[in-house]
Design a protein around this ligand. Structure first.
Ligand code: BTN
Length: 241
């Protein structure tokens, strides 16, 4: 598989989207530093030296409404490799991988579709590995951590990345060959969102209630105070307590 390596880019996701049509599935874009790293919902993603900032081009040939499933696939793969180095990684819906309640990884999935079939999906994954927390501006630092801070030692980024790509490929093969419920069950076992009181913000409103499940498309199911249920496909989730 092809790897496009850069010292510095604006955003690996932007580059991956530019080249996706002509590249094969599995092509990787990787950078040491991103100057315009992008997070979900238009937020900035701080990406100094010492992290892993990558985008993977996938061509799964699935309906667009299933593209968000790949966010769960990637989150599960990241959580698994972090657990393999001995840390208790948990997943917060939809895409944050956290250790001791602090975010160590974010995933930004961007898809392009023709009618209802995806042409490609770009899975953008950012993992805070070895950087010093002081390299992250204070306004972003709260609630974040790094693998180095949690483990107390420096991590070999190349071997960690190799392990991650291997795990991602395994999960992707399962995604393509097995009912999605299998991956969803593994995801649920590592998620700490279900059962919590949550507040989810979408561009148009705020929904509060208890997170009671995740649908097969990756939407969060919330039971509200009036006992009605609502499914939210995308939003920012805060644990209320
Ligand atoms: C989030 O939690 O808001 C998602 C963060 C995604 C960050 C990664 S880093 C590699 C890729 N390139 C980007 O610009 N963003 C993603």
């Amino acid at each position: 598989k092809k790897i496009h390596y850069f010292e510095e880019v604006t955003s690996t996701n932007s580059i991956a989207k530019e080249i996706a049509v002509s590249e094969e599935e599995g092509t990787l874009v990787i950078a040491e530093v991103q100057k315009g790293g992008r997070g979900r919902m238009g937020r900035e993603w701080v990406s100094p030296h010492g992290g892993i900032w990558i985008s993977v081009i996938l061509k799964p040939g699935i309906p667009l409404r299933h593209a968000s499933r790949l966010t769960l696939v990637a989150g599960l793969a990241v959580a698994n490799v972090i657990r393999n180095i001995g840390l208790d990684a948990r997943i917060k819906w939809p895409n944050d991988v956290r250790i001791n309640g602090k975010k160590v990884c974010g995933i930004l999935t961007e898809a392009k579709a023709e009618v209802d079939r995806v042409d490609y999906v770009v899975l953008g994954i950012g993992i805070n590995v070895n950087m010093d927390l002081k390299d992250i501006p204070e306004s972003f630092r709260a609630g974040s951590t790094t693998l180095k801070a949690e483990l107390g030692t420096h991590i070999k980024r190349v071997s960690f990345l190799q392990d991650f790509l291997f795990e991602l490929e395994q999960q992707y093969i399962l995604f393509k060959t097995q009912p999605f419920s299998h991956i969803l069950n593994d995801w649920l076992a590592l998620s700490d969102t279900i059962g919590r009181e949550v507040k989810v913000t979408t561009p148009s409103r705020i929904i509060e209630g208890k997170a009671v499940g995740v649908t097969p498309d990756g939407a969060l199911v919330i039971r509200k105070a009036d006992d009605t249920k609502e499914e939210i496909i995308a939003g920012r989730c805060i644990y209320a307590r």
